[in-house]
Design a protein around this ligand. Structure first.
Ligand code: ZN
Ligand code: ZN
Length: 432
């Protein structure tokens, strides 16, 4: 059996970008030595992470790729974000993902002008989260916020009869107002009441955040420097603790992961993967790519037979509509991956959790390219790694939920259908 390295380059796929006359990956692909070599010596394909035409959020994209049923096993994003932030949720707590964001007042509404407040980070972001925590405490709202990376954080509500099934306050686009959280429409009466109560608290927290954050000195000084103030929080993706079958139990691997973003850590932790720490891993384009590859090799040395390596920066650059920088970052990733080429007794898979448009700055429903390499193996005619080339690959087009079965097969773990060899060895007794 072969060991498995699954490299997820977040938001790797893209759409046609006029200034590059192609996607960022196509634009970069002339300079992708390692990935092209692997594509040439391996087998490629194109994958719909969830379903054709469906733009997945990162957590749903990953869960689907890891072979989980997103209808039945998805606990809500907030749970992953909380785990990723190092929190554990008790039974009477629910969590949400939050962003520090920028709004301006207009006719009694708060118009979102930057959903990430210029990607505020470091001590400033931490101080704003802290100030908000203090305010929530003083207002007697049973809630706390925790800063994770850049503008991102987690909101935890405590109370009986809460439910995360409320709509996002984040309008997911700029130039439009912050939305009121509302209970999902399709809920039963009992659940609806819980969600209504939760939505009320969320809307109150939104107002408190604006009241407190908009008068902070940090924001005055940001504005003086021409930076957008982080004067509100956007709230989305409610979730609560849920027992999920571990990755080991489902697939039989001893898994490890390398990721910097809270969401990805949270997903991997929820599935019982062991964390490999890498200094300088930031979840942004300035991450320590070499360190991440080192971490991967270290994990394999330590006996893990499945390593999930996550690289986030590509998605950030697409959201920020920087296709040229995305292409440059892809070239850097390719250079860092060179040390994995030639890895013995291993299968390497390179793909993404969804496509992100660098033109529109959001996730889109186009499929992602995928390559599988393991040294000597069956090949196809693909010679470069990008969306167009992979679409004529030997694996054809398939769904994210099928990937783990393909990996099981390529790593020599599959079992022929129709056979059930899972019994215990039959003991043979000899009669005297
Ligand atoms: Zn993603
Ligand atoms: Zn994204």
């Amino acid at each position: 059996m072969l060991r498995v390295v699954l490299i997820i380059i977040d938001g790797i796929g893209d759409e046609y970008i006029p200034e590059l006359d192609g996607t960022p990956l196509e634009y970069a692909s002339g300079r992708l030595h390692t990935l092209n070599r692997m594509a040439k010596e391996g087998i490629c394909g194109i994958m719909h992470p969830v379903a054709p035409g469906v733009p997945p959020s990162s957590d749903i994209g990953h869960l689907s790729i890891f072979g989980y049923d997103i209808e039945k096993e998805y606990p809500g994003r907030g749970y992953f974000e909380a785990l990723g932030a190092g929190l554990s949720l008790s039974k009477n707590e629910i969590a949400f993902r939050v962003n520090l964001a920028t709004v301006r007042e207009e006719n009694g509404y708060l118009i979102v002008t930057d959903r990430r407040a210029g990607r505020i980070s470091g001590e400033d972001a931490a101080a704003l989260y802290q100030a908000l925590n203090k305010a929530l405490h003083e207002e007697g709202i049973p809630a706390r916020v925790v800063h994770t990376i850049e503008h991102r954080g987690v909101l935890v509500l405590r109370g009986d009869d809460l439910l995360g099934a409320v709509t996002d306050t984040d309008p997911h686009e700029t130039g439009t107002p912050i939305l009121a959280a509302e209970p999902w429409r399709e809920l039963s009466e009992d659940y609806f009441e819980k969600a209504r109560k939760t939505a009320e608290i969320i809307n109150e927290i939104t107002m408190v955040s604006y009241k407190i954050l908009s008068v902070m000195d940090i924001n005055a000084s940001r504005m003086a420097r021409g930076l957008p103030p982080a004067n509100v929080i956007l709230i989305r993706g409610g979730g609560m603790a849920k027992d999920i079958v571990s990755f080991m139990e489902r697939w039989g691997f001893k898994p490890a992961f390398i990721a910097a973003g809270a969401l990805y850590k949270g997903i991997a932790r929820a599935l019982g993967m062991e964390e490999i720490h890498v200094t300088g891993a930031t979840g942004t384009p300035d991450t320590n790519l070499d360190g991440k590859v080192d971490g991967c090799l270290r994990a394999l040395d330590r006996g893990y037979d499945f390593v999930f390596l996550h690289i986030k920066g590509t998605d950030n650059l697409s959201h920020d509509k920087k296709p040229r920088e995305k292409a440059k970052f892809l070239i850097r990733i390719d250079q860092a991956l060179e040390r994995l080429y030639g890895l013995e007794d291993s299968v390497i898979i390179v793909t993404g959790d969804h496509s992100t448009s660098s033109l529109r700055g959001r996730h889109i429903g186009l499929p992602v390219p995928l390559l599988i390499w393991s040294g000597k193996m069956r090949r196809d005619r693909v010679e470069v790694f990008n969306e167009t080339a992979c679409s004529s690959g030997g694996l054809g087009t398939f769904m994210g939920r099928d990937l783990m079965r393909i990996i099981m097969d390529m790593s020599d773990r599959s079992v022929e259908t129709g056979t059930r060899p899972e019994g215990r060895p039959l003991q043979f007794h000899t009669e005297r």
